[in-house]
Design a protein. Structure first.
Length: 209
């Protein structure tokens, strides 16, 4: 059972977030850490994904959850999704683009540490060996659709499989299988405690108290 920043899914979270919260808690190994709605890199440059997962074999994974059913999606492309909301249609950022933006913001903050917090920057980087200068943990992102099955995704007339790269998608039933990779990060090291501390240093207080 994963270690969570809340003992139970907080009141007010979306149904799909609750499903994923419970699935991650129940199915991930004991040595995994899961934060629900954390604040990344402090208050001034806050970024708040739905979940952040830290594991020895996957690194740091940002997860954006979309509590949508397949019939709520009106149109979609690589930039935006349009959703039926009652009698109107609402335009949202493509969730992969949203998650990728979270990852880029995290990379930018790590580079900013080179100037603003050299000690933290050194903690997050390999300092010697073949992978010197690489991140001590990989950073990737996933998009979770707890209410949409892979079959629904593939058979939708909107060709949704062309709008989001499927390897980063968690569908209903497949949650919480996590298998991201990051080409710019060092592979998993035997010193798991150091990697865990490196990744955890990027995660701060949750949204809700």
């Amino acid at each position: 059972m994963a270690q969570m920043n809340y003992p139970h899914a907080p009141d007010g979270c979306q149904p799909g977030e609750r499903v994923l919260f419970n699935a991650l808690k129940r199915n991930l190994p004991d040595e995994y850490f899961v934060w629900y709605e954390p604040t990344l890199f402090g208050r001034r440059n806050s970024s708040r994904p739905d979940f952040v997962v830290l594991g020895s074999d996957i690194g740091l994974v940002i997860i954006e959850v979309k509590d949508w059913s397949i019939d709520k999606i009106h149109r979609a492309n690589r930039d935006i999704f349009q959703l039926f909301t009652g009698s109107t249609v609402e335009t949202r950022t493509n969730p992969e683009k949203q998650a990728e933006r979270q990852k880029r913001a995290l990379w930018a903050e790590i580079e900013r540490y080179r100037r603003t917090d050299p000690d933290k920057h050194r903690l997050l980087r390999q300092t010697n060996g073949q992978f010197a200068g690489k991140l001590a943990v990989s950073i990737e992102y996933l998009v979770a659709f707890p209410n949409i099955t892979r079959h629904e995704w593939h058979t939708a007339e909107l060709r949704l499989f062309d709008m989001i790269n499927e390897p980063v998608v968690l569908f209903k039933v497949t949650c919480p299988r996590l298998s991201p990779s990051c080409s710019d990060a060092a592979p998993a090291q035997s010193d798991w405690s150091r990697n865990c501390g490196s990744g955890a240093s990027l995660v701060h207080q949750p949204k809700r108290g």
